[in-house]
Design a protein around this ligand. Structure first.
Ligand SMILES: Nc1ncnc2c1ncn2[C@@H]1O[C@H](COP(=O)(O)OP(=O)(O)OP(=O)(O)O)[C@@H](O)[C@H]1O
Ligand SMILES: [Mg+2]
Length: 272
């Protein structure tokens, strides 16, 4: 059996939040458990979705996988490489696309992508050709390629971020909410593109989303996390089967999400 694309064992991450207390001198440090004992494994060429309410730890998980953060405990292996001990090997295999993608706003998409290509050591001609193809494929208009990024809408900028993520055809692509804020057509463009990348480049994709329909359509398997813990992990079909039918109708992934993450909210309310 080949090494999995991703192997996470008992990973935890705690943040210390500096809270300004009501009384001056008394600065209170609050701990936020972002992830608590996460274990999971993703196979090569899988499209794996991570779902969860706001603040459940999804982006933290992606930051850990992309070596931007270190786990407090536990281990993460990417194609057999330890993210802590073999950071550079890992960096060569991954790319992260997130909603907070940074660009030089005064420069055009092509200039920004050329900068990224240079960082990756791609020949500029080859990179330019590829960039144009990807941007057109994502539905960006030719005339936007050369005007400053600051003149583009948020959704358009996000597409440039997605294009940048695909530029080097990484083996593991980490997409943090790649379609949030995109119109329905653009969402489908990005989704179709994710599938293409998997087929054409044998890539593995891990993505987070708040769009249940997207997760259902796109993902081979899904993990639902809540308060830093995995509360369910299965295929979309398996997850939907695990939840009882409503009014004789099959459960949707949204039903699953609400049933699994919502129940606890009721309990919490009662605890008060
Ligand atoms: N750098 C940080 N410093 C302190 N706390 C943090 C930091 N990053 C994340 N957190 C906290 O960790 C928890 C998980 O945050 P995270 O961004 O991973 O959630 P998320 O699942 O991505 O949420 P969303 O769906 O809103 O994007 C939150 O309580 C958040 O406030
Ligand atoms: Mg997030």
């Amino acid at each position: 059996m080949s090494t999995p694309a991703l192997e996470i064992k008992q990973v935890s991450k705690v943040f210390i939040k500096k809270e300004r207390a009501k009384r001056f001198l008394n600065k209170k440090k609050e701990k936020v458990v972002a992830l608590s004992g996460i274990s999971m494994s993703v196979s090569r060429r899988e499209i794996f979705g991570v779902l969860g309410p706001n603040g459940s730890g999804k982006s933290t998980l992606i930051r850990l996988l992309s070596t931007l953060l270190l786990p407090d405990s536990g281990t993460i292996h990417i194609f057999g490489h330890d993210v802590e001990k073999e950071e550079f090997a890992v960096k060569r295999l991954i790319n992260r696309v997130s909603v907070d993608a940074a660009f030089f706003k005064k420069f055009s998409p092509l200039e920004n992508l050329a900068y990224a290509a240079r960082l990756y050591g791609m020949p500029i001609r080859q990179a330019r050709e590829k960039m144009r193809k990807i941007m057109l494929r994502l539905g960006l208009k030719e005339e936007t390629f050369t005007s400053p990024m600051e003149n583009m809408s948020r959704g358009m900028q996000q597409k440039v971020a997605v294009a940048r993520g695909f530029l080097t055809s990484p083996t593991l692509l980490l997409l943090d909410e790649p379609t949030t804020g995109l119109d329905p057509y653009s969402k489908r463009d990005v989704q179709a593109f994710v599938r293409e990348i998997r087929e054409a480049h044998r890539a593995t994709i891990l993505l987070t989303t708040h769009d249940m329909e997207e997760a259902d359509r796109l993902c081979d398997r899904i993990a639902i996390i809540d308060e830093g813990k995995i509360i369910a992990l299965d295929t979309p079909q398996g997850l939907k089967r695990s939840v009882s039918r409503r009014n004789g109708q099959d459960a949707t992934l949204e039903d699953v999400f609400i049933e699994l993450t919502g129940k606890k909210m009721e309990e919490k309310e009662q605890d008060k």
